[in-house]
Design a protein around this ligand. Structure first.
Ligand code: HEC
Ligand code: HEC
Length: 217
């Protein structure tokens, strides 16, 4: 399903068709937020997510380098409750659609900082690398690489898939655990819940350690 979506032809409507749609008013203008406005609007987020989206707190994700689409999707989910988080529900409650677009544009333009791996996590990271690239045939676990990209950078044509590289390992592990237990259920077509339900705790820890190691967004 996803593979067919990725067919390049789907994304290349002829110029004529595009013009026709534009003239007919059928194409929403590219939802481009204003990063400068987003920077100002995200000043309330700084305490937890860091000045430039590089979070100083353990269980709080980096936002730097996520796609604007993904950030907006998550803010909508926090606001409508489909992704429960008391903290983020309160933060998203007052945001308009325009605020979300601006904030998304700001964080999408930031770079995630380097994070040096601890020596004693190297074996875990290696297990994670295997899993990320090949999945687990025994349990039918799909490889993460197919959706989250070769270097954890996401897929250019699928902006609803978050990049994982450089993300905090304990946050990633928490989210996989939440998808697994159904506490987080805002993933379209249960995509991540179906993945996470097949994962052992060791696999969750390993892949989380690995993606944090992919430290450039
Ligand atoms: C008091 C701390 C705090 C503040 C302030 C805060 N956040 Fe968060 N944010 C969190 C935590 C904790 C999570 C993880 C939520 C979860 O467990 O699902 C999170 C998650 C997120 C995510 C999801 C990231 C992902 O990778 O899925 C986005 C997007 C986000 N916050 C945006 C914002 C924005 C925008 C603001 C400011 C308007 C903000 N946050 C303010 C603590 C905070
Ligand atoms: C079939 C495609 C697909 C595969 C395969 C896949 N993912 Fe995902 N993943 C997604 C999508 C789509 C989302 C965004 C869900 C949403 O909108 O909330 C996501 C979200 C996530 C998140 C939440 C990120 C955040 O910032 O909160 C994590 C963590 C994650 N995936 C880890 C993995 C891992 C680890 C694997 C491999 C074991 C994997 N995914 C395999 C499609 C996929």
């Amino acid at each position: 399903m996803l593979t067919s979506k990725l067919s390049p032809r789907d994304h290349r409507p002829t110029l004529k068709l595009l013009l026709g749609l534009l003239l007919a008013g059928c194409v929403a203008p590219a939802l481009a937020g204003d990063p400068a406005a987003g920077k100002v609007k995200s000043s309330v987020c700084v305490g937890c997510h860091g000045l430039d989206g590089n979070s100083p707190l353990p269980a709080t994700p980096h936002l730097a380098g996520l796609t604007a689409t993904y950030v907006v999707n998550q803010l909508r989910s926090f606001k409508d409750g489909s992704r429960p988080s008391p903290v983020m529900a309160a933060m998203a409650a007052g945001l308009t659609e325009e605020d979300m677009q601006d904030i998304g544009a700001w964080f999408a333009g930031q770079r995630v900082g380097g994070i040096a791996p601890q020596d004693d996590t190297m074996r875990l990271i290696e297990d994670g690398r295997q899993l990320y690239r090949s999945g687990n045939a025994k349990t039918g676990l799909a490889a993460c690489i197919g959706c989250h990209g070769k270097d954890g950078g996401g897929l250019p044509r699928e902006p609803s898939i978050p990049p994982l590289r450089g993300q905090k390992s304990d946050y990633v592990a928490q989210m996989l655990t939440n998808f697994k237990g159904g506490m987080r259920s805002n993933d379209a077509e249960q995509m991540m819940r179906r993945i996470a339900e097949r994962m052992s705790d060791h696999e969750i820890q390993a892949v989380a350690a690995y993606v944090e190691r992919l430290n450039k967004r």
